[in-house]
Design a protein around this ligand. Sequence first.
Ligand SMILES: Cc1cc2nc3c(=O)[nH]c(=O)nc-3n(C[C@H](O)[C@H](O)[C@H](O)COP(=O)(O)O)c2cc1C
Length: 206
Amino acid sequence: MYYDPILENHGMRYNPFKALVTPRPIGWISTLDKSGNANLAPYSFFNAVAADPPYVVFGVGGHNEERPRKDSAVNAEETGEFVVNIVGLAHADQMNRTAHWVDPGVDEFEFAGLEKEPSVKVAVPRVKGAPAHLECIYDRTVLLPSRIDGFPNSVVFGRVVGVHIDDSVINEDGRVDVLLYRPVARMGYLDYTSIGQLIQLEKYQI
Ligand SMILES: Cc1cc2nc3c(=O)[nH]c(=O)nc-3n(C[C@H](O)[C@H](O)[C@H](O)COP(=O)(O)O)c2cc1C
């Protein structure tokens, strides 16, 4: 089958696009608003896009006349900081809970029963107990057109300035062992996956 994503003429019950680009890592983004209220929300349009120095992005969409722009983007732009909390399987339900649409200023850490811990280089708190955290300085926002005029999608870039890794997820070889925390990733629809198996491939030689 073939369809045009603007026409959405796929004839399927649900838009299949997000089921095709999978699994998507989840950036669990914490921010502070201008008044210092903490905010936390998951973004699966998320990835690392450079390593030296490291940069990450998260993509924010879905706003319109009724719904204002999402707090994570507004806060990152206004305060210049955010933290990416890595989601292990133990936090899957609480991560999901922080996606609830709550009024700006509502602290989703408290809403989801999560504790905070301070960061080193940014004022934004981290999710206590997450296997790793990336402290980020806001870099820029790239606006992409959406189908609703005047409400573009935002791709928020941040430079990673500090990295926390819980000692419990570093194995005896000195490697981060994802099997010790089982990162959660988003599939399509309401489906998620969690890494429980690894395969190794030989390095490609030219
Ligand atoms: C696993 C998961 C991934 C999500 N990914 C995105 C995303 O990539 N972009 C987006 O705009 N919303 C995404 N959402 C929805 C936001 O988390 C939700 O709209 C949230 O209320 C935004 O909170 P904020 O206004 O505090 O930033 C996702 C939700 C879940 C549960």
